[in-house]
Design a binder for this molecule. Structure first.
Ligand code: 13P
Ligand code: SF4
Length: 314
């Protein structure tokens, strides 16, 4: 079926039922176009908690995002179009590792990036996203009256939070990273800046420090989007150092501005595992349990506190 026709069919099915579709900025653009809410991970968590009144939520994002929505909405059915959409960063940190780090550093708070498993969140004091990591690190270190925190699994975001907050972040583990962002090198940036010398460079905090230091702006997906939106009309060229889906969103929303990717193929293949056909299937089969995201209650019971604490703090 042609894309437009499938999108119309999805919109019709959606209107007939008690369901909303949430989509992350990294989703294929044809999915973003049929979503009720589009955003970064913090904005989508907030939306799932505060703005959604339907019985069903279709979450077009990766597993940890849908799990988070399910944990904070235990009474709703959260469905993921393709359950193979799993963020590989989460595999860098297990609950056993967190327990070991806690033993080695008694008294330090544990900050866990939402890009982690629910079982890891359950071992933490507070969660964070890339939009609020600096604030969370500052607030929790004050609450515990300490000068350092344990932080995982992204060592680059931990490094960024440490640089800005002046609070030491002990990385759990040293090398946790996102393969999409950490592939961007300072040489890539020099090449792209030579090509587009008037463009401003915006990068995600999951990028390595050498890349972040060349940027005009470092921020989460939502922060980058808002930065472009609020920039004066004379500034109309931007190099984007994050997944291509955000660039596609901005190109549609700000047609007078030009966007260039920091390097070719900045694609999160896990985010791209969803498609319109799978969403159409779900809309016709909302009760298909194979697609419902359920966190075991004993883990969900412990993971909800650090997530709620993050939402309260930010
Ligand atoms: P944001 O929190 O900035 O939306 O990023 C999520 C993510 O997975 C980054 O790779
Ligand atoms: Fe995970 Fe990186 Fe994909 Fe974000 S872009 S979901 S951190 S693999």
């Amino acid at each position: 079926m042609p894309i437009k026709q499938l999108q119309e069919e999805i919109i019709k099915l959606k209107q007939e039922q008690d369901v909303v579709i949430l989509a992350h900025y990294y989703q294929p653009i044809e999915i973003q176009e049929i979503a009720d809410f589009i955003g970064g991970s913090l904005k989508l968590s907030r939306t799932a908690k505060e703005n959604v009144n339907t019985e069903y939520i279709i979450f077009a994002g990766v597993d940890f995002m849908a799990e988070t929505a399910s944990i904070i909405n235990p009474e709703k059915h959260v469905l993921i179009p393709n359950y193979e959409a799993c963020c590989p960063m989460a595999a860098f940190l297990t609950p056993e590792m967190v327990k070991e780090f806690k033993k080695e550093h008694p008294g330090l708070p544990v900050v866990v990036y939402v890009n982690s498993t629910a079982a890891v969140k359950a071992e933490s004091d507070i969660c964070c996203t890339s939009a609020n990591a600096v604030k969370i690190v500052k607030n929790i270190s004050q609450e515990f009256n300490v000068e350092a925190v344990l932080f995982g699994p992204d060592a680059n975001l931990a490094d960024y939070a440490e640089q800005i907050s002046n609070i030491k972040t002990i990385k759990m583990p040293d090398k946790g990273h996102c393969y999409v962002h950490s592939q961007i090198t300072a040489d890539d940036i020099k090449t792209v800046k030579e090509k587009y010398s008037k463009a401003e460079l915006l990068v995600h905090p999951e990028c390595i420090r050498d890349v972040r230091e060349l940027a005009d702006y470092v921020g989460s997906t939502t922060h980058m989007y808002n930065y472009v939106k609020e920039r004066s009309p004379e500034i109309n060229e931007f190099i984007i150092g994050t997944e291509v889906g955000l660039l596609e969103r901005m190109a549609q929303d700000f047609p007078k501005k030009n966007f260039y990717l920091a390097k070719d193929k900045l694609i999160c293949y896990q985010m791209k595992k969803h498609n319109l056909e799978l969403i159409e299937y779900l809309l016709k089969n909302l009760d298909d349990k194979a697609f419902e995201v359920k966190v075991p209650p004993e883990i969900a019971k412990r993971a909800i506190n650090p997530i709620e604490k993050m939402l309260d703090f930010s």
